[in-house]
Design a protein around this ligand. Structure first.
Ligand code: NDP
Ligand code: HSE
Length: 430
């Protein structure tokens, strides 16, 4: 008879509580799946006195996550504290060094320290599983690491942050303000403890760096990701985009180019009839394009208690079944350091928002500057005054090189009639 798997959980917040609840209500199902039961023998959080309503009597309490990580009673350390450094990093390093398997939902940790931690796990012959770190409940790591392991991936992209997608789609549907919707996403447990990680695109970039590593056999390197967030997207951008036949989504995209691997996170205009435009709320979607399978699309809840905990438990079940894989699909020795394709050479079409003084000749100045740099205009819209003295002007361009677009905008913004910095949103052909 195989012994029960003994686990220790550090972090009893949204995700940690979700894990304990699912182990409580579905313990029998899980035990059947892995032919052994899972026992939570140790737990740790910051505040022991907090009433959590989780029935924690059977597990020993640890004030210190590092003490739990090396405690001889546990075989698997579950890190659900968060943060790329500090106690989360120290505890995971400690657990691996003591020969414990590790499961974590912490994308910041894996994006910044995955190469080191993955190599340590391999050297110790233990698992480092992080399914919940990317796209919440969607089993995309499992799909890449197992189902697609015979494929060469050419592109992986998607909506990878539930909070941003919730904000953008709610603003489009209800017209509520950015701040009101963000507050609700926080109350629902979707946002990071510092929500600027969500809205600034950093959380998506953490996830993209992890996906790109597995997809392209590259060493995970967060510094290779170009990052822009959704902070500057206005309700008016969303309305105008819709009128023009587009939705605005925060996407993470990684692909191979002849310059190297391009990894970028930024808001995008996507055609309203593209499937990804219909992915709304906290839902995430990931698309993988590869040589043997073609196009794979996975869609599901990208954040929140139960979906994220579901992914954490799937990782624990793999360990209970004895499945230990290289964390990034290939053993560390085969992970290359890939060249970074520079954004300046990116080619695409652009949505440009200018704010100008409402005066004859302004359009001519803008058109002349664009023509000077060789940027061709597809659509131009001038709306009623934003303030008495200024008007928003929206331009859609044809395809051009990003460095050219940036130069054209610098030229335009040098005129006194342009009263705010121009904003540029890339139009993505998916
Ligand atoms: P929470 O903020 O809800 O919970 C964090 C937990 O960590 C709390 O229980 C807290 O203790 C505990 N904690 C904080 N500092 C320490 C410390 N020094 N020692 C021990 N315990 C500590 O975070 P989430 O559950 O939302 O997120 C956890 C991880 O999962 C993060 O990495 C996050 O990025 C990731 N994640 C979250 C998702 C979500 O939808 N929320 C989805 C996917 C991944 P106390 O309760 O006493 O304050
Ligand atoms: N804050 C993250 C999000 C949690 O909103 O997607 C899931 O990783």
């Amino acid at each position: 008879v195989t012994e029960n798997l003994k686990i220790g959980i550090a972090g009893l917040g949204t995700v940690g509580a979700g894990v304990l609840k699912i182990l409580g209500v579905s313990g029998d199902l899980i035990a059947q799946c892995c032919a052994r039961a899972i026992d939570v023998v140790g737990i740790c959080a910051r505040d022991r006195a907090r009433e959590r309503g989780l029935g924690l009597a059977g597990a020993a309490w640890f004030d210190d996550a590092i003490a739990l990580a090396k405690d001889p009673t546990i075989e698997v350390f579950i890190e659900l504290i968060g943060g790329s450094d500090g106690v989360a990093l120290d505890a995971v390093r400690t657990a691996l060094a003591h020969g414990k398997h590790v499961v974590t939902a912490n994308k910041a940790l894996i994006a910044l320290h995955g190469a080191e931690l993955g190599a340590l796990a391999e050297a110790q012959g233990v698992a480092l599983n992080f399914e919940a770190a990317v796209a919440g409940g969607i089993p995309i790591i499992k799909a890449l690491r197992e189902g697609l392991s015979a494929n060469r991936v050419s592109r992986v992209y998607g909506i990878l942050n539930g909070t941003c997608n919730y904000i953008l789609s709610d603003m489009e549907e209800t017209g509520r303000s950015f701040d009101a919707v963000l507050k609700q996403a926080q109350e629902l447990g979707y946002a990071e403890s510092d929500p600027s990680f969500d809205i600034g695109g950093i959380d998506t970039a953490h996830k993209l760096a992890i996906l790109a590593s597995i997809a392209f056999g590259a060493q995970v390197d967060f510094s290779h990701v170009h990052i822009e967030g959704i902070e500057y997207i206005s309700a008016n951008d969303i309305i105008v985009a819709r009128e023009l036949g587009y939705a605005i989504k925060l996407l993470g995209l990684a692909c191979r180019t002849d310059q190297g691997v391009e990894q970028r996170v930024h808001p995008c205009l996507v055609k309203s009839d593209d499937a990804i435009a219909a992915v709304n709320g906290v839902v995430n979607a990931v698309v993988v394009e590869s040589d043997q399978l073609g196009r794979l699309v996975m869609e599901g809840a990208g954040a929140g208690e139960s979906p994220t905990a579901s992914a954490v438990i799937a990782d624990i079940i793999d360990i209970a079944r004895g499945l230990v894989l290289p964390p990034f699909l290939r053993p560390s020795e085969f992970l290359r350091s890939e060249a970074v394709a520079p954004m300046a050479r990116h080619e695409g079409a652009y949505y440009i928002r200018l704010t100008a003084i409402d005066r004859p000749g302004v359009m001519a100045v803008i058109a002349e500057d664009l023509a000077h740099e060789g940027v061709s205009i597809d659509t131009i819209i001038q709306r009623g005054a934003e303030r008495a003295d200024s008007v928003p002007i929206i331009l859609l361009t044809h395809q051009c090189r990003e460095s050219v677009m940036v130069k054209a905008l610098a030229r335009i913004s040098s005129h006194d009639v342009i009263v705010k910095p121009p904003r540029m949103i890339r139009i993505e052909q998916l």
